[in-house]
Design a protein around this ligand. Sequence first.
Ligand code: DGL
Length: 272
Amino acid sequence: MFDKNSPIGVLDSGIGGFSVVRQVQKLLPEEDLIYFGDGAHIPYGNHSEGTIIAMARYMFEYMESQGVKALLVACNTISCVIDRCQDAVSCPTFNAVQAGADAVAGLDVEKVGVISTVFTHNARCYPRRILAQSPRKMVVLSCGCPDLARLVEHNLGNPDGMAEVEDDLRQELDHMVLEDKIQCCVLGCTHYPLVEDSIRKLYPGLLLVDPAEEMARELARCLEERGLKRETGKAGTLNIRTTGSVEEYALRARQVGLERVESVEFYPPMEL
Ligand code: DGL
């Protein structure tokens, strides 16, 4: 069971969910966070649905064993199959796709672009959810990027690698932005907000939607309503678990500006 002093879980296929942790640390600085990144199996976006569900459930079960009071499914790819995972935890869950669609519903735009992994794109969950809850007529264009998440995961902070990221961004986004003239672009994979500065540089003036901001707000509202907000007057901690490289995760956490990292430890991956 959980109470107001229990930690909050954040999970992702890799380091992308650090973009969500960053927002939660800003909005709810007293909360303790546990992060799980499945570095051994990234990229999720190129796996089959059955494999994604099995790998996601493995992380959900870990979070349940830690007694989290809320679980943020930062990974958009997992968010597309969340209805087949969430019975593995007893706490409230929040997912990136719902948060992204909620954020778009509040915008005064007619043509929306979504960039995501290939799985998220093929699942059509963004267009479906955005159209289902939009109060006005909207056109939603979607683009699946097979390599972008992996490139961001391993190249953040490395100038040559970032040039490769920017080439890939141009290849994937030019058409939607320059030809189709989308009015806003949903960053439908947690890795993409980590290179938001590059996207802004390539497409100045394009409105970007980072579902992480909405997810943090929805979490804050829920904790408040349920009396689950931690109010100790002390800053919360962040403990990171990964099935990938501990050194790489520690470095990326610093690069992204995460605060109060108490530990970065290896956790054995699920065998595929
Ligand atoms: N960061 C994940 C997402 O939001 C997926 C990246 C991947 O593992 O393919 O979809």
